[in-house]
Design a protein around this ligand. Structure first.
Ligand SMILES: [Zn+2]
Length: 177
């Protein structure tokens, strides 16, 4: 097995976060190494989900562990080429964070339930009917694959409340270039 890819977290407003990701067609060792590398970044950053653009990769790929606990590897979910095929009618407003927006939180309204079609890391088809917290995480991460970010989903009030933190991220990004 190949070693995990060394990856680092990509923060807002890096342009890679805005790209719509193309589907993955090669289910090979490199994909497995990418998944392992992404899980490592997620756990190291204290996250519960991570999309490939958040480590600078234009791939239709998510890793999730709703416990955030690397000891609970049985809770890991790897979704390749995921799409939401149906959404429940009921919606809930719930506070979300994002590893690409450190220190920023905002309430986001999303459907409670969703059905997701995807492939696993070996290319086997998956169909998942999700509710609750896991449904929310998957919807948040799937947004990343379409270039949609927390800042797009937040209310005008939350944007105002987080304005200084958002401006700091933009300043940090400009300074890093
Ligand atoms: Zn996010």
């Amino acid at each position: 097995m190949s070693a995990p890819l060394e990856l680092t977290l990509t923060l807002y407003p890096s342009p890679v976060l805005r790209k719509v990701t193309p589907p993955i067609s090669a289910f090979d060792e490199e994909l497995q190494a990418t998944v392992t590398g992404m899980l490592e970044v997620m756990y190291e950053s204290g996250g519960i989900g991570l999309a490939a653009p958040q480590v600078g990769l234009g791939l239709r790929l998510l890793v999730i562990n709703e416990t955030g606990d690397r000891e609970k590897a049985d809770q890991e979910l790897v979704l390749v080429n995921p799409t939401i095929t149906s959404r429940g009618k009921e919606t809930t407003l719930y506070e979300e964070g994002c590893l690409s927006f450190p220190e920023i939180y905002a309430e986001v309204s999303r459907p409670d339930a969703c059905t997701v079609e995807a492939q696993d890391v070996k290319g086997e088809a998956l169909s998942l009917e999700l509710t609750g917290f896991l449904s929310r995480i998957v919807q948040h991460e799937l947004d990343h694959l379409e270039g949609i970010l927390l800042v797009d989903r937040m209310s005008a009030g939350d944007k105002l409340r987080n304005r200084a933190a958002l401006e700091n991220l933009v300043d940090d990004y400009k300074r890093s270039r």
